[in-house]
Design a protein around this ligand. Structure first.
Ligand SMILES: [Zn+2]
Length: 214
């Protein structure tokens, strides 16, 4: 049976999932004890043991998926340390809102041993708001800027970029919605499994409740 300890230590497991894992272990052990005592198992029990293994495998897949999603968000980015000005690829250690309310990545510089927030938004939604604010400044000074061909070209490029950000924003929202839906469905399935195995455990330990109490 694969071990879930690393997911527990790294915090990728929810309470319901942890309980389900413990219940799977418990029931598997019960069948194992029966098998040792009787020298074999009823085909139905062998089938249940297989289902328990599948449940365990499903849990591992869920935890790996979740871990990979988090790791993907931590991919190294080229960033400048505000203190030593050394530019290099660093892995985000956290994300936080900056003074403009944009969610940005937080990095740690090993050279100066400080943590700093990179002011570029790390998501399409905030990047779009950021770009809109730059375009608003251009719009305000349109009369003066339109006389400068270089600035006119800049505005054209920024407007093109805005179209890209709008598309990225839609894709990001869709991905987030799908992720939340998938998590909700998983939570429901996990809770169902846990309740079922918990009831089975209680019945094993205490027997069936007297008639009328159920
Ligand atoms: Zn530094």
């Amino acid at each position: 049976m694969p071990n879930l300890d690393k997911y527990i230590t790294e915090g990728y497991i929810k309470q319901d999932e942890k309980e389900l894992f413990e219940l799977i272990l418990y029931h598997r052990q019960q069948y194992q004890n029966t098998k040792n005592r009787q020298g074999g198992l009823h085909p139905d029990d062998i089938e249940i043991m297989k289902i328990l293994d599948q449940g365990n495998q499903l849990l591992i897949t869920i935890l790996e998926d979740r871990k990979n999603t988090v790791i993907a968000k931590q991919k190294p980015m080229l960033t400048n340390c505000p203190q030593c000005d050394i530019e290099k690829e660093r892995k985000p250690i956290w994300e936080e809102k900056n003074e403009h309310d944009y969610i940005c990545n937080k990095y740690k510089c090993d050279e100066c041993n400080i943590e700093y927030l990179d002011d570029t938004p790390n998501n399409a939604k905030d990047q779009l708001i950021w770009l809109e604010s730059i375009l608003a400044v251009f719009e305000k000074h349109k009369d003066t800027l339109s006389k400068d061909p270089e600035q006119v070209e800049n505005i054209i490029q920024l407007k093109k970029q805005r179209e890209k950000f709008i598309k990225a924003c839609e894709a990001e929202e869709e991905a987030l919605k799908n992720l939340q839906q998938a998590e909700q469905q998983r939570d429901k399935a996990i809770a169902g499994w846990r309740d079922y195995l918990l009831t089975a455990k209680i019945k094993q330990q205490w027997g069936n409740p007297p008639a009328g109490i159920n």
